[in-house]
Design a binder for this molecule. Structure first.
Ligand code: HEM
Length: 455
């Protein structure tokens, strides 16, 4: 195929794509300078185009989005998520999105926030007990179970620890299974011998019957709790009067659970790591938190006053975007900036590289929350920052996630000191989301009350 855009050659002329596959997050950041913002990485069976150009991104995700479906990687997710918002396409997706959207309106978020604070208070209390002296914890695991508790509480109003931990275990195992299928398709046949496929199926049977039971019970309840499941159950299509059937409810509930905790968890874990390396930022953050909420639990109204806290979170997701890339495939042949994009090829939007492009960021590699001062924000194209994606498929839970992270970050930095364990390696591993490969081991100490106002 004739290429009018640069083509990556790499060290291995036979398999230049291998470098990309090894770590697409690192690859696209490393090669951004030499390759520019729109280039091709040659593969034997598939055409892959990498982009960080806001114009190309806008074309694919907005202007001509009807011609672009989610790439093949999303199809593996269907094994666990079914046909929910993340994995569905076309008219079915459009209808589901319309039905689910009201669950994320401001009034509803305010009610969900109250549930979040319950979980956050309980977590801080338990962590205070657990860390009377100083405890070394894997912060990425801690944040994962905390955000899973929050999503389960806001979805199902569930507090049953036994079921929650089983659901949680199954989702984690399912994710490993999907990553295995996506990244090592040649090993899929071995999964029959090792029992991996069987275990996944068995887990899914338990999981599905548990969720269907929750849905059944909820349908019978006269005075149901005000949570996401009730919202999804009661929502009605304004045009047709249709509601979701049990299978759709199952798929959307599992999708919200899966999409709604690992992303926020990674964003928080990376931000706590970045704060441990940037004491000046931490100091400024604590000053704001103490001025706005003092020693009480934050309220929904406090959130808009926690402006620096928000900047810190945005900056954390700039350097380590949990959704580090978006993949799209054209349904029909297309052409972008004179470059032919054949049907079935992959357009890989590297959010990781876009967020570090020196064209848009004063200090691309530094943790500098001032990047999100309103004045600085005005200087950038809108699509220079897109941790939640863009266009009609943009994250439905973005406000949910931001308020959750503001709440948790404020409560955590007020209450605890987090110090990275000496010599602990930090490396970003791009799986379904961008994870710390070796976790983030930190010493966690409760802060002394008297020190709160001085630190
Ligand atoms: C820091 C946290 C989060 C990040 C960075 C994030 C990121 C994203 C991104 C980039 C997309 C678009 C994917 C694409 O276009 O291919 C997306 C979609 C989605 N997210 Fe999030 N997300 C976060 C939190 C949440 C939460 C808390 C929920 C729900 C409670 C959620 C539910 C969804 C759903 C359902 C979709 C699919 C939307 C659609 O296609 O209609 N996300 N997310």
């Amino acid at each position: 195929m004739k290429s009018v855009i640069p083509v990556f050659k790499g060290k291995n002329p036979i398999l230049p794509g291998a470098e990309f596959i090894r770590n697409p997050f690192e690859f696209t950041i490393q090669h951004a300078g030499e390759m520019g913002d729109f280039y091709r990485v040659p593969f034997i069976f598939r055409k892959l185009f990498v982009t960080t150009s806001p114009e190309v991104i806008s074309y694919v995700l907005q202007k001509n989005q009807k011609n672009y479906v989610k790439s093949i990687a999303y199809r593996h997710l269907k094994l666990a998520l079914g046909n929910g918002l993340v994995t569905s396409e076309g008219d079915f997706w459009r209808r589901q999105r319309r039905l689910a959207q009201p669950a994320f309106y401001k009034k509803q978020l305010e009610d969900l926030f109250a549930k979040m604070t319950e979980v956050a208070d309980r977590y801080v209390e338990n962590l205070t007990k657990k860390t009377t002296g100083s405890e070394t914890l894997d912060i990425s695991k801690e944040m994962m179970s905390l955000t899973a508790d929050i999503v389960l509480k806001t979805l199902f109003s569930s507090d049953n620890p036994g079921d929650i931990s089983e659901m949680y275990r199954i989702m984690m195992d399912a994710q490993d299974y999907i990553v295995f299928r996506t990244t090592r398709p040649h090993l899929i046949p071995l999964g029959y011998l090792s029992g991996r496929h069987y275990r996944f199926k068995k887990d899914m049977i338990w999981f599905n019957s548990y969720i269907h039971q929750l849905i059944d019970e909820r349908r019978k309840q006269k005075d149901p709790p005000n949570d996401l499941l009730t919202m999804l159950l009661q929502t009605t299509d304004a045009d047709t009067g249709e509601t979701m059937n049990d299978q759709q409810l199952r798929d959307e509930a599992v999708t919200l659970f899966a999409a709604g905790h690992e992303t926020s968890s990674n964003a928080l874990a990376w931000t706590l790591y970045l704060l441990s390396q940037n004491p000046e930022v931490l100091k400024k953050l604590r000053l704001e938190v103490e001025a706005v909420i003092g020693e009480r639990t934050p309220t929904f109204e406090d959130l808009r006053k926690l402006t620096y806290t928000m900047q810190v979170i945005q900056e954390g997701m700039r350097l380590y975007p949990p959704a580090f890339a978006l993949g799209r495939q054209p349904v029909e042949d297309d052409e972008i900036s004179g470059q032919k994009i054949p049907a079935g090829s992959v357009v890989f939007i590297s959010i990781g590289a876009l967020h570090r492009d020196p064209k848009y960021w004063e200090r691309p590699a530094e943790f500098y929350p001032e990047h999100f001062d309103p004045e600085q924000e005005k200087q950038r194209p809108r699509l220079a920052y897109m941790p939640f994606g863009a266009g009609p498929r943009m994250c439905i839970g973005n406000h949910f996630a931001l308020m959750e992270m503001q709440l948790l970050l404020a409560m955590l930095v007020r209450q605890f000191d987090f110090e990275l364990k000496k010599d602990h390696p930090i490396e970003a591993e791009p799986l379904i989301t961008l994870k710390p490969k070796y976790g983030i081991l930190m010493q966690v100490k409760p802060r002394i009350r008297a020190a709160l106002s001085q630190a």
